[in-house]
Design a protein around this ligand. Structure first.
Ligand SMILES: Cc1ncc(COP(=O)(O)O)c(C=O)c1O
Length: 490
């Protein structure tokens, strides 16, 4: 296969457009086949990424060493690269791999579905698969969270949640409250309640929003009391991108009471912390409260399908879309409730309970926190904090930019302004290079390593991670930075 010359489009257009001439043939462009794609090597992959995907992002891929790795297979807790190296996955697809990579039951359900030539599109006729998945989610969800909308990304589920809240609140209450350091997606609507200057950029966002510090109930109460135009409040139950931030049970209980008192609709974004991640199916279940609307995605698709769902209280849903006249305002998109996505999610939810993965998340998560606390006690000058719930854990380093020897500071800042003062980038790159362990970072707090492994994670996996971290941190900050710098010039 040759890369990659486009056919002479002017010539083919002339053929088609010539007056009086019927189109004679459509030349097949120089397309790659599936087999071509599988055998691309790292150099060609990098070239194509640069040419067609995101040239700027390549910079970060290189800093982390991703450009040297081609993943050939993935199973359970591990990726396997082109050299047969097994990489332990504590990144977990940002929380989308609750079942691990390629869970056999999910693969089997999907194969069977295809072999039986089942239909996919859920909006012509009624879909038995979408109906069953909606039923399952209603069974799992507490209170009267009974009405379900399907999409294919967390952003889409959150868009649906915000639109529903706005319609149910009514035109006199269009204002939406969101939290500092929130992340609800990058699509245009939810960007207005995503609190990242980088992502918001210079886009024209809606101005019917108000921002509060996360976890500050007095700020919420003051806003609700002073502004009757507030109709909804949108919060991640555990902030992921913000750095694994939690609020105490008391906060959520007071929030529920305030929402009831002022008639404000509470939207709980569980896209990252939901589907068992925190040690309960929904993180809000830890606090004995039920929101009016919630959203899940990521692991709902079992690591194999792009599935997301918004789940709402029936009275809220009916108020907004409950009549034939209003029902189509926000009916599902073309691929909403797609067949294979739904059966993948149905099997995923069954596996989650059959294999006790939510309990495992709680238990192994507690063990992970315990082991990281030991490391914190051993390296108090490096580790600032360890926090999380279940297998949603953050490891925060002290900002070391001011403690680094003067001679290293310019090198680090030249390398990347973003990684400056952020040990997590260096630690992540070296964990991968030297210990075959993959971790993630958080969007807003670059000093936090984010750990979102599959919920199949065992104590032995935790021990591997902790031993790697222990060995790496034992080198000391200066060596870590120097080793990172060396890894960039190799
Ligand atoms: C809390 C939260 N909400 C929404 C989203 C958006 O989900 P997606 O990337 O699937 O659009 C994310 C993604 O990381 C998230 O963490």
């Amino acid at each position: 296969m040759t890369l990659i010359t486009k056919p002479d489009t002017a010539h083919s257009r002339a053929l088609v457009d010539a007056p009086g001439m019927a189109p004679v043939a459509i030349a097949k462009p120089n397309l790659m086949s599936v087999e071509d794609a599988k055998v691309l090597d790292v150099v060609k992959m990098t070239d194509l990424f640069k040419a067609h995907l995101n040239p700027g992002q390549l910079h970060f891929m290189k800093l982390l060493g991703f450009h040297k790795i081609k993943i050939e297979r993935a199973e359970g807790m591990h990726y396997v690269d082109q050299n047969g190296r097994k990489i332990l996955d504590f990144f977990g697809g940002f929380g989308s791999l609750a079942l691990g990579h390629n869970h056999p039951r999910v693969i089997e359900a999907r194969k069977r579905f295809q072999d039986e030539k089942r239909h996919e599109i859920g909006i012509a006729f009624m879909s038995q698969y979408a109906s069953a998945l909606a039923y399952n989610l209603a069974q799992i969800s507490p209170g009267d969270l009974d009405m379900v909308f399907f999409g294919s990304s967390g952003s889409e589920a959150m868009e649906a949640a915000v639109k529903l809240a706005e319609r149910a609140a009514g035109p006199s209450r269009p204002k939406i409250v969101y939290a500092e350091n929130s992340f609800h997606g990058k699509t245009k609507g939810v960007l207005s309640i995503t609190d990242g200057a980088l992502y918001r950029g210079e886009f024209k966002l809606t101005d019917n929003t108000a921002r509060v510090p996360f976890g500050d109930i007095d700020a919420v109460e003051t806003l609700f009391r002073s502004d009757p135009s507030i109709g909804a409040i949108v919060l991640e139950t555990i902030q992921g991108g913000g750095g694994i931030n939690q609020a105490p049970a008391e906060y959520w209980q007071k929030l529920r009471a305030l929402c009831d008192r002022y008639g404000v609709i509470w939207v709980a974004d569980e896209v990252q912390c939901g589907v068992g991640r925190s040690g309960r199916f929904y993180a809000f279940e830890h606090y004995d409260v039920v929101p009016d609307i919630t959203a899940v995605a990521k692991s709902l698709g079992g690591g194999k399908a792009a599935m997301a769902a918004m789940i709402a209280r029936r009275d809220v849903y009916m108020k907004a879309y409950g009549t034939p006249k209003t029902a189509m305002i926000h009916a599902m998109a073309t691929f909403g409730g797609i067949g294979e996505g739904c059966i993948t999610a149905i099997e995923t939810l069954n596996v989650l309970y059959d294999e006790g993965l939510i309990e495992n998340s709680a238990n192994t998560g507690a063990y992970l926190l315990e082991r990281l606390e030991e490391l914190k006690a051993k390296y108090p000058k490096i580790i600032k904090d360890v926090r999380g719930k279940g297998l949603m854990v953050g490891l925060e380093f002290h900002d070391f930019s001011q403690t680094l020897p003067m001679v290293l500071r310019p090198v680090v800042s030249v390398l990347d302004d973003k990684l400056k003062g952020s040990l997590s980038g260096f630690v992540g790159a070296l964990l991968l290079r030297d210990y075959d362990v993959l971790v993630a970072f958080t969007e807003y707090n670059r000093n936090v390593v984010r750990l979102l492994p599959p919920l199949t994670c065992s104590r032995a996996d935790v021990d591997v991670l902790v031993a790697a971290l222990d060995d790496l941190l034992g080198r000391g900050i200066v060596s870590i930075v120097k080793d990172f710098v060396k890894s960039q010039v190799k």
